[in-house]
Design a protein around this ligand. Structure first.
Ligand code: PGA
Length: 235
């Protein structure tokens, strides 16, 4: 593949330390493959915040980058319970999800808070991966930043896997959004897709010319499934 591609595993609220150990162990045969393709492929994983440090320690020397699932909209200070961009950066976090549709829906995250989170991440040199189901959800404030400081994730809520299984939107639909949004926004943006990504659809994703990456939730929990996705990406 010639274009750069960002693959991020989103573990959501799953796994404990021994499961992390097992996952890393099972993924280890892929480390060489990822390293060999590092000029165009970046692979990151977002464990739960509590395990960021643990995951980081266990993956030292591997090509897996650290991502976080959330960041505070506030800097260090009197904000009880918050985990700030500065703390994440000091832990080695390179990417962070902001405005994921699950947080917009279940945690009532507002567009204003999402804009604050984007600004906090960027001020600490962390790339926010901004979840947007529609073009209206793309924060207006991204215009204040350089297009390589953030990534937009097209992730329709209905495409996210659930107990009923995987139900991605079609690659035609993804292609259409990926092609439309930059022009409509009049911005050069990096766009990744999230929602029921499995090995079965990687071949289709690869045919979308301007797609800059994919976010994988459920299928990243099993090292075997995540490895298969990487194998088909590099094939
Ligand atoms: P899914 O989740 O791959 O399980 O659909 C994607 C995401 O929400 O990040």
């Amino acid at each position: 593949m010639e274009r750069k591609f960002l693959l991020v595993g989103n573990w959501k609220a799953n796994k404990n330390e021994s499961e992390i150990d097992q996952w890393i162990q099972e993924m280890s045969p892929l480390f060489e493959v990822i390293t060999k393709n590092a000029d165009w492929l970046t692979v990151a994983v977002a464990p739960p915040t509590l395990y960021l440090r643990y995951f980081k320690t266990k993956t030292v020397g591997t090509p897996i980058q650290l991502a976080a699932q959330d960041v505070s909209g506030y800097p260090n200070g009197s904000y009880t319970g918050e985990v700030t961009g500065k703390m994440l950066a000091e832990t080695g976090v390179k990417y962070v999800f902001v405005g994921h549709s699950e947080r917009r829906k279940f945690l009532n995250e507002s567009p204003t808070l999402i804009e604050k989170k984007v600004a906090q991440a960027i001020s600490e040199g962390i790339v926010p991966i901004i979840g947007c189901q529609t073009i209206e959800e793309v924060p207006a404030t991204i215009r204040n930043f350089d297009s390589n400081q953030y990534v937009i994730m097209y992730e329709p809520f209905e495409a996210i896997s659930n107990d009923a299984g995987f139900h991605p939107v079609t690659s035609q639909k993804i292609d259409q959004v990926i092609s439309d949004w930059p022009g409509k926004l009049n911005l050069k943006i990096k766009l990744v897709y999230g929602g029921s990504v499995t090995e079965a659809m990687v071949a289709d994703l690869k045919t979308i010319p301007n797609l800059d990456g994919a976010v994988v939730g459920r299928a990243s929990l099993e090292a075997k499934a995540f490895s298969s996705i990487i194998k088909s990406l590099v094939a």
